[in-house]
Design a protein. Structure first.
Length: 307
């Protein structure tokens, strides 16, 4: 039987382990292959053949060891993929998602339409990585993002995606959310309401048919839209229209804001492109954007956790 002093000692050890575990989870990266970039969900069971430690202290010890191994794996992945530092760990997603409103200057006439925004209202030092269209289908991108545990969202156009639906199914299986970028990537304000509805709602139907889920987010090609665009999007289930605050290329970043910098909640745009279209591969682009994001002290979070 433990004395009072012994019980106090055990509780103290447990508290220290808990603090260490939580500190490691917040500061360290997630497991290679996690895909979502989130911290581990809880203590793991001891490995097969290992003696089971008793009580909460043993569970915490196993959890701390798991986090340590995950951090080490992500450091190795960062070196493998040519990053100066491992991506920073995103904080836990908010329990209540922030209220999204249309950015000033991006409004159209009409109330109750999906909000159009470039930045998510949050104090968390996070940004959101989004990739558009689907032209390049580089398997190295899937491996890189999975091994580094970087979350991202894909906005797809069917005229490009239909060349290889399987590629995007693998992406979805790895935890990536697939959203709407129209059937044919046309300039929407130049189309009638009926034509816009076909472009947007037709892509809603295609994503649901091919990937099993109707997407809540829609991005208009080139970032161009009018009231008809938003009305059509709302009619087929679109809840919000994220644009972007900056854009990533393999050789540079381009900025919407005057200060040419990142801000909490900024949405970063890039495209499925390869050497035929720009100066590098998709992994080259990810190296560029992640070096910028990490150097500025930001983590990449999952857009769908906030919107």
């Amino acid at each position: 039987m433990l004395t009072k002093r012994g019980r106090r000692t055990r509780r103290s050890v447990g508290a220290v382990l808990l603090v260490a575990a939580l500190g490691s989870a917040c500061a360290g990266p997630s497991a290679a292959g996690g895909g979502a970039g989130g911290a581990p969900k809880g203590p793991a069971s001891p490995a097969a053949g290992q003696p089971r430690a008793e009580g909460a202290a043993g569970a915490l010890e196993a959890y701390v060891e798991r986090v340590r191994k995950q951090r080490a794996a992500r450091v190795l992945a960062a070196k493998k993929w040519g990053l100066d530092k491992p991506p920073l760990e995103a904080p836990a997603p908010p329990r209540v998602k922030p209220t999204i409103t249309t950015r000033k200057g991006f409004e159209t006439s009409g109330e109750g339409l999906p909000p159009v925004f470039t930045t998510v209202p949050t104090k968390d030092k996070v940004v959101f990585l989004t990739i558009d269209d689907g032209a390049e289908k580089d398997p190295e991108l899937l491996r890189m993002m999975t091994e580094l545990g970087i979350p991202y969202s894909a906005f797809l156009s069917d005229y490009l995606v239909k060349e290889d639906y399987g590629y995007f199914a693998k992406m979805q299986k790895a935890g990536v959310s697939l959203h709407n970028h129209t059937l044919n990537h046309r300039y929407l304000p130049g189309l009638s309401y009926a034509e816009q509805k076909r472009e947007i709602c037709g892509m809603q139907d295609t994503i649901e048919k091919r990937f099993g889920k109707r997407p809540p987010l829609f991005r208009p090609p080139y970032g161009n839209y009018n009231r008809n665009t938003l009305t059509a999007a709302k009619s087929c289930g679109v809840k919000a229209v994220p644009l972007w605050a900056s854009e990533a290329f393999p050789d540079r970043m381009e900025w919407r804001e005057w200060d040419r910098d990142l801000h909490p909640g900024d949405i970063v745009l890039t495209h499925f492109r390869g050497k035929a279209d720009w100066k590098g591969t998709m992994p080259d682009m990810i190296r560029r954007v992640m070096k910028t994001i990490t150097a500025k002290g930001y983590a990449v979070a999952k857009l769908e956790d906030y919107v």
